[in-house]
Design a protein around this ligand. Structure first.
Ligand code: ADP
Ligand code: MG
Length: 155
């Protein structure tokens, strides 16, 4: 049993297509510096915990540890042949609508499903909603609650 996977990096602009319009904004973590950690990792949807670095003027609640659902992959239903992106949908309503440029830390709690191509955007959206539901429920389990107190998170 190894340590849980930790990923940390700057929130950067994604392709700007999709996530917000689908009602699930995803904070994209700059993937370059994570290449070594991502190597060999199954592409797909994961759940875990996320914490945004505190920034002046932002409420404390915005830099608390929150539940998240994360996609690591090539987004085959949306665009083709792109590099791997790491996108984190945080289950929190942020006062700061945009926090690109800030550091985001995540701890991966588990895997939900492999990346797949959906026949329509509606099917993709429905699946994402199901993924978010799974993430929420899994993270309520005692073993995942423990992970929330991980040393990587600033308290
Ligand atoms: P992009 O394609 O640039 O990643 P998105 O439509 O995916 O744009 O929106 C992501 C941005 O929305 C994040 O970078 C962040 O600044 C902001 N955001 C606001 N609330 C959230 C949230 N709950 N989870 C993730 N990102 C959020
Ligand atoms: Mg995004």
């Amino acid at each position: 049993q190894g340590r849980p996977l930790e990923l940390e990096g700057e929130v950067v602009a994604g392709c700007g297509r999709g996530s917000s319009k689908m009602g699930v904004p995803t904070a994209n973590i700059a993937p370059g510096p994570l290449a070594a950690k991502l190597e060999g990792l199954p592409l797909g949807v994961y759940f875990g915990w996320a914490q945004l670095d505190a920034a002046p003027g932002q409420p404390e609640e915005d830099s608390a540890v929150h539940k998240m659902a994360m996609n690591i992959g090539r987004r085959p239903s949306i665009e083709d042949g792109t590099d791997i992106t790491v996108e984190v949908h945080i289950l929190h309503s942020f006062a700061a609508a945009d926090f690109r440029g800030q550091q985001l830390r995540v701890i991966v709690g588990g895997f939900i499903r492999p990346e797949m191509r959906f026949g329509s955007l509606d099917e993709l959206i429905a699946r994402i909603k199901a993924d978010v539901g799974i993430a929420k429920a899994q993270l309520d389990l005692p073993e995942h609650q423990l992970c929330k107190a991980h040393e990587m998170f600033v308290r």
